[in-house]
Design a protein around this ligand. Structure first.
Ligand SMILES: [Fe+2]
Length: 283
């Protein structure tokens, strides 16, 4: 490599990974090198700009810890997370995926459906009811539904010492008819963290940091592709400018006054109960 020049640099760099034994990893890294070099060529990247880019990554690393990944946030706000979710779908009839977000962790309390998460939470009570189906429309019994959302102050329990551990999250299984029911509160919109380099870029760009209110779900069932998705609120003011591009039309649900007599009799002590329904189709 005595004669490295702007023409042979890209293939030279790519071939330096020829010994990677994992073929898929080798393919991904070589493609990454190609796009990275093309990015510098397309933009005619200057030394100052390149250093500023590295400084952005240094700052992202410095603010990242166990409970906060600025790199995940970068992936979200540059649309990469959403693109990977959409690329993972092979059937247009399946429920689309949406952002996992930074507040999911394993070990959610296992509950029986119907589950009641209200406890002493403030906010508007709502019964979230759904059915898990396969692509042919058959219900999937015993599917695992992992559910989490934020409290009435917009914060997840991990962000807020005033909330009990595991507040507003649970894991349950669907019944024989594929149905599940979770009584919870109507979630609130919230902003992405603005104290890091991503937030600084948002401020410079005059970009809205808001995410529309949503419930998070991971649905798993043997023989089916795991679905990571979100359910949005039809009346939310931020549906059309989600900072992380997670909204899909079929994931927007309406919150209505609960009418079902069986549901109302189960929760007689909850005034003004709302109901939100959404069926989810697994590939
Ligand atoms: Fe979230």
């Amino acid at each position: 490599m005595r004669n490295t020049n702007s023409k042979n640099l890209t293939p030279l760099t790519q071939s330096s990974f020829n010994e990677l034994s994992n073929d898929r990893l080798q393919f991904i890294i070589k493609s990454f090198v190609s796009h990275l070099h093309d990015f510098a060529r397309d933009t005619q990247l200057t030394h100052e700009e390149w250093r500023a880019g590295l400084e952005f990554l240094h700052q992202a690393g410095a603010i990242t810890d166990q409970s906060r990944s600025e790199f995940s946030l970068m992936s979200d706000v540059f649309g990469l997370s959403s693109l990977v979710d959409l690329l993972a779908m092979s059937s247009a009839n399946a429920t689309p995926g949406s952002n996992l977000g930074p507040f999911h962790s394993r070990g959610s309390p296992v509950m029986k459906s119907p589950a009641n998460l209200l406890k002493n939470n403030e906010g508007q009570a709502v019964a979230f009811r759904g059915k898990i189906l396969d692509l042919k429309g058959n219900p999937i019994p015993k599917a695992t539904v992992d559910f989490w959302q934020n409290a009435d102050n917009g914060l997840y329990w991990q962000q807020d010492p005033s909330q009990a551990q595991d507040n507003l999250r649970c894991m349950l299984h669907t019944a024989e008819d594929g149905c599940f029911e979770i009584v919870t509160i109507r979630p609130k919109p919230y902003t992405i963290p603005m104290d890091g380099p991503v937030g600084a870029l948002f401020t410079l760009s005059n970009r809205s940091p808001w995410r529309p209110a949503h419930m998070h779900l991971i649905v798993e069932a043997p023989g089916h592709k795991t679905l990571v998705t979100e359910i949005f609120d039809e009346e939310d003011p931020y549906l059309d400018n989600d900072a992380v591009f997670g909204v899909r039309e079929v994931l927007v649900a309406s919150y209505k006054k609960a009418q079902d007599t069986e549901l109302l009799s189960r929760y007689k002590d909850i005034p003004n109960l709302l109901e939100v329904r959404l069926d989810l189709v697994l590939e």
